[in-house]
Design a binder for this molecule. Sequence first.
Ligand SMILES: [Zn+2]
Length: 405
Amino acid sequence: MKLFSASLLCFLVSWVTCASAGRYEGFQVLRVSPRKDVETKLLERMEQEGYLDVFRRGRDGSVDVLVDKAKAKLLADFGLKSDTLLSDVDRLVENQMRGRGQVRYGNVTWDRYNTLEEIYDYMDHIASEHPDVATVFSLGKTWEGRDIKALRLTRDGDEDTKPIVFLDAGFHAREWIAPAVASYTFHSLMHDATGLLSSAVWVVAPSMNPDGYEYTWTGDRLWRKTRSNRTSVCKGVDPNRNFDFHWMEVGASDNPCSEIYAGPSALSEPETMALADYMEAHRGRVKAYLTLHSYSQLFMYPFGHTLDLPEDWEELDRVAKLAVEALTAVHGTEYEYGSCSSILYLDAGSSRDYVKGVVEVPYVYTIELRDQGYYGFLLPPEQILPTCEETWEAIRVAAKEALAL
Ligand SMILES: [Zn+2]
């Protein structure tokens, strides 16, 4: 165990250096398949201690991890069996930045990823073109002082009494497909003719972690957490482990260098507080809360902190089934649905569990978008539009059911 700790410490040093440089020369994504309990525990400990960046966990116990050559060798030395998912992370990262800065608001398309500035410009553009329907407001400020902008959309008055559908994205900075899908919903809602906008107030926040998102463009494409800076060693908190509901009970870490660091206390981050404040202020009015993440192709309802299901799980399950069927009908993409703890893993402190468990919003879902690990977070630009099209159908159906339309 002594040898194990020493080698891990040494790799921690190289990890911090590499990540802050934001270069991925020689990096790969591996799917590691532990064969024994001790191997599973080893991987868990590496993640908890911030040595290993786990991209995804499979139901079969496999984990997708980002490694440089040295870490790949370390895993092999420990006897862990793995398959290569991505052999050239650096090249794919470059591909993600393609066309940067070429598309302007009013002409936003979904054939490439948009920067924070472009997304925010697009929201301002919609609000200025359609002031009777759309308003931009800020949910709060981030650690670095950016606005967490949201677009409020509704038709036909009663703005203060109608039920609210709240959609957010981007709590995890590197999950670029999520803000893209959220931005696409502006477009879809503006063109909706089925009453979605007259029956509800829609609040869509495409980037709940704009500091992190900006940093994925300027510093490190695979940054996940917020950018809060409390220790000299490692920045950021996992916002989706920071909410005040069974905080730190399971699936989270108290190590600031871990990708699943839950923060020094619950709701320590201005980004999580911003959502909590909005939800508390609109308690009783929010009928549906949808939060976009990637990747895995899952449509999940609470809870993540326990295997117990919410009392109304049968209704949540019914709507999840309809939403997934609608999604699959568009391009044939297959999704699983169920409670988070039953189809993914145990994790405490998510926005999903908080919004259901504390604010008691009836319809609450996390959508883990494309893909299932072939590209993972580096989903090619060609898949943005089809992902938006199919996910919109799921969002539309879930909202329609939640609003009983
Ligand atoms: Zn996520």
